[in-house]
Design a protein around this ligand. Structure first.
Ligand SMILES: [Zn+2]
Length: 286
């Protein structure tokens, strides 16, 4: 038997606490206790080119500031850092599955995530995930069961299909568990997908080789003007291709390179910049 359908996805800008700003879906939170957030730069302890809520380590920022920023975000959602998996992102297609919030399961997931992964999937209450971005496409997939996936898709990841792969993997896990969905297709048809801020086509000029790879994989529709790739269109095409509903795919509609005051953009900054985040946390059952 299927769980109640999720409300259609809606990303709305809101303040967290006194200074942080995120794009979130309160309806999802109310329905299944799953909080999702795409963070903005506002607030935070970082300075200079990293100014604001830089969540990325290894970008040259003061590690103490990054730690404080991560704590501020995670704490604002009532989560503890111990419950949040933060992978070492490597532009690959590996994902890490967290099926329990036990200390052992989290330790194992964190060890796998440290070896390199670009998606974190969780079917368990009391687990969170945080991935970092500066132009690449952040995607969060949410199930009516409260299960989720947080995915990092650079252009290589989009071509490789990391988002549909991770969504499908989550559906396979849920279908195998039984209870909520009788098969993978039923699960996928019930999922919401949230696409956060990324570099949009007007700012995403690519070389001929990259453009050719996109056209070969997605058709000419992902190249709205010569030498410019529409990552969001390619991604939506892939998600719909595995059976997700178009009305259940929400795009934040924000270009990182066009809004450097709100987001970190690798391209717009010339390379030295921070990272905003895609965060999900499902509250533990009481
Ligand atoms: Zn732009």
């Amino acid at each position: 038997m299927s769980p109640s359908p999720l409300p259609l996805p809606r990303l709305e800008r809101r303040e967290l606490g006194s200074s942080l700003v995120v794009l979130a879906d309160d309806g999802l939170d109310r329905a299944v206790g799953l909080s999702i957030a795409f963070t903005e730069r506002a607030g935070g302890a970082s300075q200079g080119p990293f100014a604001g809520l830089n969540l990325g380590a290894h970008v040259g920022d003061d590690p103490d500031a990054v730690t404080a920023n991560r704590r501020a975000l995670i704490g604002a959602f009532g989560a503890g850092e111990a419950a949040v998996v933060m992978p070492n992102q490597v532009h690959g297609t590996r994902s890490v599955l967290v099926a329990s919030s036990s200390e052992e399961a989290l330790a194992q997931a964190k060890a796998e995530a440290a070896e390199g992964a670009d998606a974190v999937l969780s079917t368990a209450p009391g687990v969170g995930a945080l991935l970092c971005f500066a132009d690449c496409v952040p995607v969060i997939v949410a199930s009516p069961t409260g299960a989720f996936a947080v995915i990092h898709g650079g252009w290589r990841g989009v071509v490789a299909g990391i988002a549909p792969m991770a969504a499908r993997q989550l559906a396979e896990v849920e279908a195998a568990q039984g209870g909520a969905f009788s098969d993978v297709e039923e699960a996928l048809a019930h999922y919401n997908a949230y696409v956060g801020p990324y570099i949009h086509e007007e700012c995403f000029a690519v070389g001929e080789d990259v453009a050719a790879r996109f056209v070969e994989r997605f058709g000419a529709g992902c190249l709205p003007q010569e030498g410019h790739v529409d990552l969001g269109a390619a991604l939506a095409q892939d998600l719909e291709g595995i059976g997700m509903h178009p009305e259940r795919i929400a795009d934040a509609g924000a270009c990182t390179a066009c809004a450097p005051d709100r987001f970190y953009s690798y391209r717009a900054s010339g390379g030295t910049t921070g990272r905003h985040g895609a965060f999900a946390f499902r509250r533990a059952r009481r």
